[in-house]
Design a protein around this ligand. Structure first.
Ligand code: ADP
Length: 483
């Protein structure tokens, strides 16, 4: 193809504008990686102009104004443009976006209206600009309505007739429950006579999964897992009918954003193998979080959204099983109030545990740079970025063997053998406190052998999680879709 492939990428969040979790990392980094390929993709990113975006940090230029039909009358949408790392980025504003104070909320109606409005406005923006995408690439339930909308109108719509759709699933169980009514208010029909289960006929993500020309998840492991009842969120039987159109592409890591050699938020910047400097970061972190300055004691880190998915509730009993051993722990996260309380209680119970209940990018970076292990006991993990960041910063992951965690961490086998020479962390199979505790115990033992531990750290730091390979795979999917 002589002209570059044009991709309209739609996401609820993207770094550096707004980031709540891994979706923000990915939606921010992938377009730049696609533009940097030897066959560059003309990808343009569209985001809601959330209230939490600090507009003073970016130069947003107004580019278009148009309306979106709604049962209560036409809603005005305004679009702005800026460029970040060579990627044209459009933000969209309008009443459903302005009236929502946070990126995500517990009010399904508010989120449903905001994201349905946004999805339709993103398509309308392309038409207004007369920029006809070959591919509309949506991420998760928030932007799946765009794919559903295209599928229902594409045949009669000359502008979008040739446009193909890709839906990337970053987190399957977030289906957009409660948003069904909003779809109807914006004129999007349910799918009553489809292979979807009846309860999913009017939900954004299932409708997107039904309509998308191709579906991918963010690791190969998770792509296989969602076809099972354990991980399928009730859609596994339906997803099996689409199995030929589902693939897995592992997320990359933004190596500029996550780089211990240039990270401005850590105390001492360091390269691979500079373990002495890393120890200084550990000492600084212990001081910052007011834990005992005992560098010999392994420091366990946790950085997470506090959600049932992340298996945080397994940690208290696992740590209690280790009460007789030397270790300290620092837990950083926010989310579910019950899990936040459980973390606070752990902090009160153990003098060697600090729980810090907030979102703090700088502290997260200092934990990656200063702790010895990162605990990731997820019940499911579509890809997971924290284990990749940890490895890049020389922090050894101790994780549940699921989804992207299994795909990216090589377990340190207990016995001698070839596997050990490649290993980068510790994995356990079942999501229960006992197995987590035993696996931390396994890691604590290896930690005593400095040479072996450094080997683990070193191999992790050498892993290449760059976006380049993943971007090439997305390009292959786009090319295939166009064919
Ligand atoms: P998910 O997207 O499911 O939350 P990921 O592992 O894919 O999980 O990505 C999590 C991202 O959010 C990482 O960049 C991690 O460092 C960051 N993060 C999570 N919790 C916090 C927090 N409390 N403070 C700072 N960063 C956090």
């Amino acid at each position: 193809m002589s002209t570059p492939i044009r991709v309209l990428s739609l996401a609820a969040e993207a770094a550096p504008f707004v980031k709540i979790g891994g979706l923000g990392d990915v939606a921010g980094a992938l377009p730049a990686a696609l533009r940097a390929l030897p066959t560059p993709v003309d990808v343009r990113l569209v985001l809601p102009l959330h209230n939490v975006i600090d507009q003073s940090q970016f130069e947003f230029e107004p580019v278009a104004s148009f309306t979106i039909p709604h049962v209560d009358g036409e809603l005005i949408a305004e679009a702005f443009r800026t460029t970040v790392r060579g990627v044209p980025v459009y933000t969209i504003s309008g009443v459903p976006i302005i009236s929502s104070p946070t990126v995500y909320s517990s009010d399904a109606g508010m989120d449903g209206a905001k994201f349905t409005f946004f999805s339709l406005a993103a398509l309308e923006l392309a038409r207004t600009l007369q920029w006809r995408p070959h591919i509309v690439h949506a991420h998760d339930w928030h932007t799946a309505p765009a794919i559903h909308a295209l599928a229902t109108t594409r045949e009669e719509d000359e502008f979008f007739r040739e446009t193909a759709t890709l839906l990337t699933v970053h987190n399957l169980p977030y289906l957009g429950v409660g948003a069904g009514g909003c779809l109807a208010e914006f004129g999007l029909p349910p799918a009553p006579d489809s292979p979807l289960p009846y309860w999913a006929e009017n939900l954004p993500l299932p409708l997107g999964l039904l309509a998308a020309d191709h579906i991918n998840t963010v690791s190969q492991g998770y792509a296989a897992e969602i076809l099972t009842s354990e991980f399928g969120a009730g859609l596994d039987e339906f997803l099996k009918t689409r199995a030929n159109s589902i693939t897995g592409i592992l997320n990359g890591l933004d190596l500029e954003v996550w780089n211990p050699q240039t990270d401005q938020k850590i105390k001492i910047r360091y390269a691979k193998g500079a373990f002495k400097k890393r120890e200084e970061n550990k000492a600084a972190l212990l001081e910052e979080v007011e834990l005992t300055a005992d560098p010999e004691r392994p420091l366990l880190g946790v950085i997470t959204r506090m959600d049932h998915q992340k298996g945080l509730d397994l940690i208290p009993n696992a740590l209690r099983d280790l009460a007789g051993q030397a270790w300290q722990a620092v837990i950083l996260g926010t989310g579910d109030p019950d899990l936040e309380d459980a973390a606070r209680r752990l902090d009160a119970e153990f003098p060697n545990v600090r729980a810090i209940i907030r979102y703090d990018d700088g502290l997260a970076r200092r934990i990656y740079a200063g702790s010895d292990m990162l605990l990731i006991p997820s019940r499911y993990e579509p890809c997971g970025l924290t284990q990749m960041i940890a490895m890049r910063y020389g922090c050894v992951p101790v994780a549940r063997a699921t989804g992207g965690l299994r795909d990216t961490i090589i377990d340190y086998h207990a016995e001698e053998g070839e596997g050990r020479k490649r290993s980068t962390g510790f994995l356990f199979e079942e999501a229960n406190p006992k197995e987590l505790g035993q696996t931390i115990c396994r890691a604590l033992k290896v930690y005593q052998d400095k040479r072996r531990w450094r080997g683990l750290q070193h191999r992790g730091m050498k892993r290449n999680f760059s976006w380049e390979r993943s971007a090439e795979k997305y390009l292959e999917v786009y090319q295939e879709l166009i064919r």
